[in-house]
Ligand binder design. Structure first.
Ligand code: HEC
Ligand code: HEC
Length: 192
């Protein structure tokens, strides 16, 4: 779904006036949007969530049981407590804002993704550093000191960062950061 359609649909539940306000925001220049959502990109840079919804590599990861399995799917739905390998945090970083589930990144994208790190700070102030695998996936098994919710998170690569402004009560990043954007997100978690 086009991100603006999702927003308009939600706005329609508020008031008709809000619907027009949101529609106008969708046409506003990119710097307004990026400033409002914590993007590290400055004015004039392309908005990664305005890019088309496409699997550039054209092929998909299949099978289970590796760090690169099923990029973009809500990992903790299958990796919760008592369900095989348990993760308290897991998700996927992409190079653009809208990519279908399980899409295999191109070799160039895999090179870029493999340089990135995800940082998560919990409510106790503990910061965890998660390496990003070539698929874009990242994951954290239960740490020795249990994770305290809520969490904040950011992605770092090449000396740049992209921050989540809000604090979240779940470490299942892809449950909100879906292809189309759920729970108020603009779509995927994107490289800074
Ligand atoms: C539809 C269910 C399902 C989803 C969604 C899923 N997994 Fe898995 N995963 C499995 C199964 C089944 C296994 C093999 C048993 C196990 O280790 O839990 C596995 C194994 C793994 C392993 C190997 C664990 C080990 O040490 O042997 C990793 C790493 C992994 N998954 C990461 C992920 C990540 C990251 C995501 C999200 C991007 C994800 N999985 C989404 C079902 C799933
Ligand atoms: C319950 C839903 C939810 C979960 C879970 C969640 N996020 Fe978010 N995330 C959001 C929302 C909503 C935004 C946009 C507003 C904001 O920045 O807080 C966002 C924004 C972001 C951004 C900035 C993207 C932008 O639009 O500029 C990053 C980076 C991010 N999240 C990373 C993560 C990571 C990493 C995780 C998992 C550890 C995660 N998020 C889990 C809802 C969620």
């Amino acid at each position: 779904m086009h991100p603006c359609l999702g927003r308009s649909a939600r706005a329609a539940f508020v008031t008709i006036g809000a619907l027009f306000a949101f529609a106008a925001a969708c046409e506003a220049p990119a710097p307004l949007e990026t400033a409002a959502s914590g993007s590290a990109s400055g004015g004039g840079e392309p908005d990664p969530w305005a890019a088309p919804d496409v699997c550039e590599g054209g092929s998909y990861w299949s099978g289970q049981g590796t760090k690169d399995m099923s990029p973009g799917t809500p990992c903790i739905g299958c990796h919760g407590p008592g369900q095989g390998t348990e993760f308290v945090l897991a998700g996927t970083v992409f190079t653009t804002g809208h990519v279908p589930d399980a899409c295999k990144a191109t070799p160039a994208q895999q090179g870029d993704l493999g340089q990135a790190h995800v940082f998560v700070k919990d409510a106790a102030g503990v910061v965890l550093t998660l390496p990003v695998w070539p698929s874009g996936n990242f994951m954290q098994k239960p740490p020795a000191a249990p994770l305290v919710l809520p969490i904040t998170a950011w992605v770092a690569a090449g000396g740049r960062e992209r921050h989540m402004l809000g604090a979240q009560m779940s470490g299942d990043c892809n449950a909100c950061h879906t292809d189309g954007g759920d729970a108020g997100t603009r779509g995927r978690i994107v490289l800074p």
